[in-house]
Design a protein around this ligand. Structure first.
Ligand code: ES4
Ligand code: ZN
Length: 336
């Protein structure tokens, strides 16, 4: 119990949280009703919020989860829907003792169903401003591109005037790469990341979640990311492990996600000890809290229960998260 309070009080930075992944089943059903969205009738999981939640406990893979994730977000229509969703997350983050939140969203998943990019970003950025003023949480918005879609669609969206405006005015300050990993290696997106890099955007990519360490290698070498999301395959490649450790690059590890999506059997199989021993910098994150059964603090508690880390080890992990954040140097100073 005292360790729980200790973990809550640490000035945690969350770097890997998909805002659409914060959509809880009962809100999903309320929004479907409000917005006249018909949920799939041939899938009994959508009979009720309770049956949907219980289906989330039986995911078989990343793609099995993503099927529900993309249907779920189809109920989000208005800027207020996006704002309310993000605000619900920020309240949880605040209760968990999250001091700084770098959050992802998936613009392509909304634009394809005729919800404009500006609608999404207006809603999310309103919630970010509220989190800063009412909760004292600093925030950063990162637009993720969907690797299962044709590369040209990412390039076209990136060049879109509304999108470019959000980068120019600093509402969105980075890009990421997510969705189905296997057979969609990072190097497919080299042109997108080169353009983003030229514009001074922060770069990250999901890599080594379900796919092997070679995906981490090419995210670094070809996309020139400064961060790796998940990266749990890293210890399978000792050379890459020491290279990433030496680079001080941050891995954003999501333990509950890895178990629920069956990337590992148990939390004890997430390579926390191997990363610590190798000197790799990493943070602990919730990924899609409404789908994986826990928020940021729950993930910290689960790691503590499996690894029994020392106070010094926890302080080191949280410090790595602060140092690896994309916030202003001044804000890092406040958190350290
Ligand atoms: C995701 Cl866990 C995970 N992996 C890849 N893409 C994603 N999008 C949302 N959650
Ligand atoms: Zn993720």
């Amino acid at each position: 119990p005292t360790f729980h309070a200790f973990l809550r009080a640490l000035p945690k930075c969350e770097h890997h949280m998909h805002l659409e992944g914060a959509l809880r089943p009962h809100i999903l059903f309320q929004l479907a009703s409000k917005n006249n969205i018909t949920l799939p009738q041939d899938d009994e999981a959508f009979a009720s919020p309770e049956s949907l939640l219980s289906r989330y406990q039986r995911f078989t893979s990343l793609d099995d989860f993503l099927h529900y994730y993309y249907i779920g977000m189809s109920v989000l229509i208005t800027a207020s829907d996006f704002e309310d969703l993000a605000w619900d997350y920020f309240l949880h983050a605040s209760a968990d003792g999250v001091a700084h939140a770098e959050v992802f969203f998936d613009p392509q998943a909304h634009v394809v169903r005729a919800v404009t990019y500006s609608t999404v970003v207006d809603g999310f950025s309103r919630a970010c401003k509220r989190a800063e003023s009412e909760l004292g949480i600093t925030t950063i918005l990162t637009s993720c591109f969907l690797r299962h879609l044709p590369v040209q669609e990412s390039l076209d969206l990136f060049d879109d005037e509304e999108v470019q405006k959000s980068y120019r005015d600093g509402t969105v300050t980075g890009i990421g790469l997510d969705s189905s990993e296997m057979d969609f290696p990072p190097e497919l997106f080299v042109e997108l990341f080169a353009k983003a890099r030229k514009q001074g955007l922060n770069l990250t990519a999901h890599a080594g979640e379900e796919a092997p360490a070679s995906y981490i290698a090419t995210a670094v070498s070809d996309l020139r990311v400064t961060r790796i999301d998940h990266g749990i395959a890293l210890p399978s490649s000792p050379d890459l492990l020491s290279q990433i450790a030496a680079s001080k690059m941050l891995l954003t590890v999501c333990p509950l996600s890895n178990v629920v999506l069956r990337c590992v059997d148990t939390i004890a199989d997430v390579p926390i000890r191997k990363l610590l021993d190798a000197g790799v910098q990493f943070s602990i994150n919730s990924d899609d809290p409404a789908y994986f059964g826990g928020h940021c603090l729950d993930n910290h508690v689960a790691v503590h229960e499996a690894f029994d880390l020392s106070v010094d080890e926890w302080v080191g992990i949280v410090r790595a998260g602060i140092e690896g954040s994309w916030c202003a140097t001044e804000r890092k100073g406040e958190l350290l």
